[in-house]
Write a protein that binds this ligand. Structure first.
Ligand SMILES: Nc1nc2c(c(=O)[nH]1)N[C@H]1C(S)=C(S)[C@@H](COP(=O)(O)OP(=O)(O)OC[C@H]3O[C@@H](n4cnc5c(=O)[nH]c(N)nc54)[C@H](O)[C@@H]3O)O[C@H]1N2
Ligand SMILES: Nc1nc2c(c(=O)[nH]1)N[C@H]1C(S)=C(S)[C@@H](COP(=O)(O)OP(=O)(O)OC[C@H]3O[C@@H](n4cnc5c(=O)[nH]c(N)nc54)[C@H](O)[C@@H]3O)O[C@H]1N2
Ligand SMILES: [Mo]
Length: 828
């Protein structure tokens, strides 16, 4: 029966309960703009969401060449028709009047409109000049997790084999570098072992530093549907904030920020002490168990309780859950990845699954989650600090193989050192060895740590900055050349979600003005630069999205992320499919490692591993002696305290993150009316105990200050762990008078004014979640509440303290159960 709901007030919509081992039933969510009836829609164009990493499949409704709404795809394995708030309302940003429609170039200090010819010629002229004067190391590319596979692959070829630079990385460094690194450390290779289907089969679901309810709301709907069904799973939540996940958890642990490794070691200690180890699995498929057992021997719950500041009894309860699970599904995300021992901690969750033998079976899943919609492709295509196809830069045979695919000499592809990571690229730009930085699809002037520093790097006279975006962002305003890009819905391409599901996204409408698909911009640059292969032919032989996809298939052949069995035609009409898709698995692969460990042998692995404390890369010789048979590697790690601890001057632990209704720097969600109204401005969260102690109230204007800088926002008093201050990082300056950053009239607003320039040694992922801060009163609130949503982790501790978040009539979404798909386990 069709129903309709305000999906701002009720973000997860109605329940369609399902019991364990039954397929998740379909429910089709549809949102059409005011005044549009389903019968008026002229065309439904297939795509999936690009506002998180789930890949919620949907169709875009088109009337007279305009987007007018979206509808979930019941046929798709990922969402079975459901859509989250950002999926439902986010598309409206495409038609914003302030989209960039023409290229801009800097003239006399100001950005002025120009034509493509002029803009591209400037980029090409500077590239040539730098290549001849300073060599390829003077050019860097900083890309994203939000373009399409075809675009990353093209960028990787032109950067690595055309320009010949080692400086190519994505903002995925800030996002999923630890996911990739943790998988490489344990399994020798990137690639998500588990599947979202595991939610239907698990009896225990453990979420580590992952606010699934807000950041992947459709998979949270799946969990909620199971919680309402018979034989519901038990949830473990490890998060200092009272997220919806925490509220529904059987056991919720709210540890001190930055103590994940201590806690996880205690969980491992208990698992081993109570002998809940699958010894046969350990024996057959792993190396390193003895070392782990010795290293966690003293990591008792009592020991961890002291470090994490949670009762030992709770830790024992958590250990009971994961230790007695018959099918355990774990997910790990930014509460672990954006911390000082990111890789070390994430790897301990891999260890937990290995020693319990919880891999490759329905419900026994491990998801080292992705965040961005296309982050997986940044990694696969080699635009994220690895060589394309998960090839190993230290393995000459892999480099030679790649050189053959590209028809270039192996020496053309830089592999003298690990590909440069983003934080290092900004350092090189700061020091002056990088003189041109081409930024596509990311907004570092809001999203990188220590923004005053980032603004000063990007504003340097000697650095030539190219920014490719949809809007005149804080970053674009500091550029020398701004290239207007077409985006989702305006261009065709494929992308891969966090559980390896590849979706096709078709073009629905024309881009505004002269905006061009990122692929066309990269291809244009390659043509103008006249990049050649070793026989003098064009280095890049493709000309559109589908031919780029075909080229990528050749590069992926025989690698773990094998796309050779996929075509655009196969992806059209039905469900997305999980790689590898090839001759052996023509319908895709639901779970990896169903039959032992596949990619860890020294000849095939993506890297040889790193020291988790120093980040030093191991050699092939070390790897072979540690892991001669290509098994999974159990790597132990000792707990180390966070680098910046609270002090008298900065008594709070600062952590930053997300809210359900906004995406990152809000370039899209800030322009979607329902989403923006739900969370319109920055706020600051403190626990009730801290607020009372400091005599602060809901709605007071407060300042958060660290050694780097400060921001101001209104206080929200929540049920959070005491000693912590939380700030959402979505709010920059594009919609403030200054436009770029704080000035005499605009106080600091962005969380990253305050965060620290520091990163995990192994994954090089920056630490957005551990710093020390002071919180002070600026002005008493005059009865107004903070702008924080009440439906989410930011819910006020006293419900009457703030008006309930609602979207009203403009947020009504129709929800239709769709029995056609209900009993089909896999929709292929
Ligand atoms: N609505 C929305 N959804 C999104 C995005 C968005 O911007 N908005 N972005 C997408 C992207 S790119 C990403 S990467 C994902 C991120 O998705 P998540 O990782 O789920 O989101 P975060 O809010 O960054 O962090 C998750 C949790 O980590 C907790 N945390 C902080 N410090 C610690 C700690 O020391 N230990 C533990 N155990 N937990 C801690 C925080 O309290 C927070 O609830 O979301 C994706 N989905
Ligand atoms: N303090 C703090 N900082 C954080 C985090 C945190 O938790 N706390 N999280 C980090 C994480 S996980 C992430 S992923 C990053 C995200 O940080 P950013 O990547 O900087 O954030 P976005 O706002 O998504 O920026 C994407 C940009 O690309 C543009 N864009 C969108 N689609 C397209 C397209 O098709 N083509 C082109 N050319 N441009 C496009 C958008 O308009 C926008 O300007 O932030 C990181 N920073
Ligand atoms: Mo992310």
């Amino acid at each position: 029966m069709e129903s309709s709901a305000d999906r701002i007030a009720n973000p997860w919509g109605g329940r369609v309960p399902h019991k364990r081992h039954e397929p998740w039933r379909a429910r089709v969510d549809t949102f059409l703009a005011d005044g549009v009836e389903p019968g008026m829609v002229q065309e439904w164009v297939q795509t999936a969401s690009i506002l998180h990493s789930d890949g919620d499949a949907m169709d875009i409704a088109v009337v007279d060449g305009r987007m007018v709404g979206v509808r979930g795809r019941a046929v798709d394995r990922v969402n079975r028709g459901r859509l989250g708030p950002k999926d439902l309302f986010g598309w409206q940003a495409n038609a914003s009047p302030d989209r960039l429609t023409r290229p801009l170039v800097r003239e006399g200090g100001r950005l002025v409109e120009t034509d493509w010819e002029t803009a591209m010629n400037r980029v090409v002229a500077r590239s040539r000049e730098l290549l001849s004067d300073r060599g390829p190391g003077s050019i860097g590319f900083y890309t994203t997790g939000q373009l399409f596979l075809e675009e990353y692959y093209t960028l990787a070829v032109l950067a690595r084999a055309g320009v010949g630079t080692n400086h190519l990385d994505g903002n995925t460094r800030l996002c999923t570098a630890t996911a990739a690194e943790a998988l490489k450390e344990t399994f020798g290779c990137d690639g998500q072992p588990g599947s979202y289907d595991d939610i239907d089969h698990a009896d225990v679901i453990a979420l580590f530093g992952h606010n699934l309810a807000e950041t992947q709301p459709v998979q949270w709907m799946r969990v909620l549907d199971r919680l309402e069904g018979t034989d519901p799973p038990r949830l473990l939540c490890v998060d200092p904030r009272p997220t919806q996940v925490a509220r529904r958890a059987t056991v919720h642990l709210a540890p001190r920020i930055g103590t994940n490794v201590a806690l996880f070691n205690a969980l491992l200690h208990e698992t081993i002490r109570r002998d809940r180890v699958d010894h046969a699995y350990v024996e057959a498929h792993t190396v390193g168990f003895e070392e782990l057992a010795a290293r966690v021997k003293d990591c008792t719950p009592q020991w961890a309780a002291g470090i994490c500041d949670i009762p030992a009894a709770r830790i024992i309860e958590a250990a009971e859950l994961v230790g007695t699970a018959d099918r355990l599904l774990s997910t790990v995300l930014q509460g672990v990845y954006q911390s000082h021992q990111a890789t070390a901690a994430a790897v301990q969750i891999n260890n937990l699954h290995l020693i319990r033998g919880m891999l490759g079976k329905p419900g026994a899943g491990l998801l080292q989650m992705n965040g961005q919609p296309t982050a997986q492709n940044t990694r696969e295509c080699g635009a994220n600090g690895d060589l394309p196809g998960f090839r190993n830069w230290q393995n000459d045979a892999h480099v030679a193989d790649l050189a053959e695919v590209w028809n270039v000499a192996p020496a053309t592809i830089p592999h003298y050192a690990p590909p440069t990571h983003a934080m290092q690229m900004f350092r090189y730009a700061e020091q002056g060895s990088i003189r041109m930085l081409w930024i596509s699809g990311t907004n570092p002037a809001v999203s990188l740590p220590e923004l005053a520093r980032i603004r000063s790097i990007l504003s340097q006279e000697r650095l030539f900055t190219v920014v490719q975006d949809l809007f005149l962002t804080e970053t674009a305003q500091l550029a020398d050349v701004v290239l207007p890009a077409a985006t989702w819905g305006e261009k065709t391409g494929t992308f891969t979600n966090a559980d390896r599901t590849v979706h096709l996204s078709d073009k629905a409408v024309e881009p505004p003005g002269e905006a061009r698909p990122d692929l066309d911009i990269f291809l244009d640059y390659a043509t103008r630069m006249d990049f050649r292969d070793k026989d003098g032919g064009p280095l890049i032989g493709w000309h559109d999205a589908e031919s780029a996809f075909e080229a990528w298939k050749r590069c992926s052949a025989g690698r773990p992320c094998d796309y050779t069995g996929l075509t655009y035609a196969k992806l059209r009409g039905g469900s997305g499919m999980q790689w590898p898709v090839n001759e052996q698995a023509p319908e895709g692969t639901n779970r990896l490692y169903t039959d032992g460990i596949t990619w860890a042998h020294a000849d095939v692995c993506e890297n040889y591993g790193k020291d988790l404390v120093t980040g030093a890369a191991d050699s092939a010789v070390e790897y072979r002696s540690l892991n001669p048979d290509g098994k999974a590697m159990i790597k132990a790690a000792d707990y180390l305290p966070p680098h910046e601890e609270p002090s008298e001057e900065y008594p709070f632990q600062l952590t930053t993150g997300r809210t359900l209704y906004q995406f990152h720097t809000r370039t899209k969600t800030g322009r979607a009316p329902q989403l923006n109204a739900a969370a319109p401005d920055v706020w600051v969260e403190l626990s009730d105990a801290d607020a009372q102690r400091l005599d602060l109230n809901e709605g007071d204007a407060v300042e958060v200050r660290t050694a780097r800088g400060a921001l101001r926002g209104r206080l929200r008093v929540t049920d959070m762990r005491p000693g912590v201050v939380f700030v959402p990082f979505h709010y920059g300056y594009w919609d403030t008078p200054s436009g770029v950053g704080p000035d005499a009239t605009t106080p600091g607003r962005a969380a990253n004014e305050t965060t620290i320039t520091d990163w995990d040694p192994a994954s090089k992922q920056p630490l957005f979640k551990t710093a020390a801060a002071a919180v002070t009163l600026i002005e008493r609130g005059s009865g107004e509440s903070s702008p924080a949503p009440t439906t989410t982790a930011s819910a006020p501790v006293r419900p009457d303290a703030a008006p309930a978040t609602t979207g009203g009539p403009t947020a009504q979404v129709s929800q239709t159960p769709d029995a056609t798909w209900d009993r089909k386990e896999d929709h292929r």
